[in-house]
Design a protein around this ligand. Sequence first.
Ligand code: F6P
Length: 367
Amino acid sequence: SKNVAVMTSGGDAPGMNACVRAVVRAAIYHECKAFCVMEGYEGLVRGGKEYIKEMSWQDVRGLLAEGGTNIGTARCKAFRERPGRLQACQNMIEAGIDALIVCGGDGSLTGADLFRAEWPSLIKELLDTNRINQSQYHTYKHLNICGTVGSIDNDMATTDATIGAYSALARVCQAIDYIDATANSHSRAFVVEVMGRHCGWLALMAGIATSADYIMIPEKPSSSKGWKEQMCEIVSKHRSKGKRKTIVIVAEGAVTSELEPISSKEVRDELVKLGLDTRITTLGHVQRGGTAVAYDRILATLQGVEAVKAVLECTPDTPSPLIAVVENKIVRKSLVEAVQITKSVAEAIEEKNFDKAMDLRDSEFVE
Ligand code: F6P
C-alpha cells in the first residue's frame, strides 16, 4: 500500500474539492494512507505536518458540491527552480509520500511532469548531501505522479472537458441571461468579457447557449478591419429584424489576425458608432466561484477514483498518466503528450499559424 497525496494547483475551479474528496476516499478504500498538500506546490516546498496533512474519510465530508478548493492553491515561484523542487522532494520523503495526484491546469501539470522526470537526480542529490539516508533513498526511488485537469478554461489537449469548465460556463450563461433582461428593456447593446486565458471555449459555448450576436475568440481571429465590418453588419441585420438587445461576447484572449488584443472598449466604440447605447460587463472571478454543477461533481469524482487506481498500478516505466474524459469515458492519457500538444497550440497561435492551431486541436483525439 502507498501513501497517496493530492494537491490542487493553479487557478481554482469548481469540482476541485470533489476531486480531493474522491482521491482521499478512494485511497483509503484501497487501504492506502491519504494526504492533502495544502496551498499547491507552495505546501510541498514548505513541507511539515502543517502543509502535508494526513486525511481521514470524515475530513472530506461535505466537499462534493463546494466551489473553489478548500485545501488551497497557489502559483508557486519557488517550485519553478530546482532548489525549490529539491526541498519539495525532501519534504515528501520526510512525510512518507510515494504517490502524488495533482489537480490543476497545464502549467501545474507541466511542473508535475518535470518533478517526476527530475526525481531520480533529486533524491541522488539528497543522498549525496546527507539529507536522506540509504534506506530512504531505496524506498522512495520512484515517484508516481498522476494529473487530473482542473481549470475553468477547458484548454487542455486530449481531454474533452476539464474539471470546472461546465460550472463556469453555467455561471457565464446565467449572468448573460440576467444581462439579456436589462438589455432588452432598454434596447441596449452589451459587450460581455469572459475568461479563458488563451482559449475561446467558454466564450464560444456561452455564445451558442445564449444566442449571442457575435463572439470573439483567440483561435479564429480576423483582421482588425475585418471583425469591425462583420460584427456591425450582423448586429445591424439583427436590429433591422426587430431584435431589441445585442450581446457581443469577447474572450479575454481575443486577438486580431495581426495578434493585437481586442479590447472591450474598442468593441463598445464600434457598437456606439452604430447608434447603440452600449455597456461593458466584465464577468471576472464570478465565473470561477460558486458550487460545482452536477457534471463537474461527477467528472471530478470519477477522475479522482481513476487517478488513485492509476498511481497504484503505475510502474517506474509507465509514463505519468493524465486522467481524461473522451467521448464520455474516463481514460488515461500521457501527461507529457497532453502538455506538449497544449503548448504547441499556444505556440502556433503566437506564430499566427491559426490553421495549424486548429489542426492540432482537431487531431488531438485521433489515435
Ligand atoms: O486559468 C483560469 C483563469 O481564470 C483564466 O481564465 C484567467 O485568465 C486567469 O485564471 C486569471 O488568473 P488570476 O486568478 O490570477 O486572476
